[in-house]
Write a protein that binds this ligand. Structure first.
Ligand code: NI
Length: 256
């Protein structure tokens, strides 16, 4: 049993063989996949996929890269979708000062608004934080009044930052980069944070784990990530798989 807490199944990388990709995921024991929206169009696509495949669930939201183009009516459209039973989170949202495809001010405004929305809807948030650690931490501190918190997806900070997010009640999601030889920070975080605060993910089609590094990623490969975490913590693969799956079920409110 494994859960991929973060994938982008709507992306055209999967247009040629999406059924096969999902078949392979089921074959390795993946019971649930959460596919992310990054703007209005992809959120609609994510919901469609969740309706089509019964082990796929969706998150909707505006990624920081898309913040410049996000209008009030776009967010209203997403809000009106949020009551669909397949929608289990608001995301992915956050700040990205590494690529800065959208202006930082726009990113902050859209991020802040979406935290309020998720709070009102009582949905957990899926957070993208790329070289914006301090601002993300500040904004999550000010907000998040609801009982549902969120997960820091594709965690890329050090152990101190991980502990600061854990203090606020957030989960940390470990991506395939943990299998990369020189990913010292992620390896340390994966070995030291409590298992009860950990999720695992692919972020497919991006960031394929070793031995598929550089290729297209897909949910079935999340098993390599779980194996590496087990190796780092000196515990069984089954324990990592089971505990992170239980966490994801509680976090997203998944059935089964
Ligand atoms: Ni992502």
């Amino acid at each position: 049993m494994l859960i991929d807490s973060h994938a982008h199944l709507d992306m055209d990388d999967f247009d040629g063989d999406r059924d096969k990709v999902l078949e392979r995921a089921a074959q390795v024991g993946i019971t649930h996949i959460i596919t992310m929206g990054i703007d209005r169009e992809s959120s609609i696509a994510a919901l469609k996929l969740a309706k089509k495949y019964d082990f796929v669930y969706a998150a909707i939201g505006y990624h920081p890269h898309s913040a410049d183009g996000c209008k009030t009516d776009d967010l209203d459209a997403l809000i009106s979708m949020a009551s669909e039973p397949e929608i289990v989170a608001w995301g992915e949202i956050g700040l990205d000062y590494y690529r800065s495809y959208s202006a930082p001010e726009a990113q902050q405004k859209i991020f802040s608004r979406q935290i309020e929305i998720a709070d009102d809807l009582n949905l957990p948030v899926v957070i993208h934080d790329r070289e914006a650690h301090d601002d993300v931490l500040e904004m999550l501190k000010k907000m998040g009044k609801g009982e549902k918190k969120g997960v820091i997806h594709c965690f890329s900070g050090d152990i101190d930052l991980a502990l600061a997010f854990l203090d606020l009640g957030y989960f940390i999601s470990i991506p395939g980069t943990v299998t990369y030889k020189k990913a010292y920070h992620v390896k340390e975080v994966a070995s030291r944070i409590p298992l009860e605060s950990m999720l695992i993910e692919t972020d497919a089609p991006f960031l394929a784990p070793v031995p598929k590094r550089g290729k297209r990623n897909e949910p079935a490969l999340v098993a390599f990530t779980a194996h590496e975490i087990a190796r780092l913590r000196n515990i069984d693969f089954e324990e990592v798989a089971m505990r992170t799956s239980e966490n994801a079920k509680i976090f997203f409110g998944l059935p089964g």
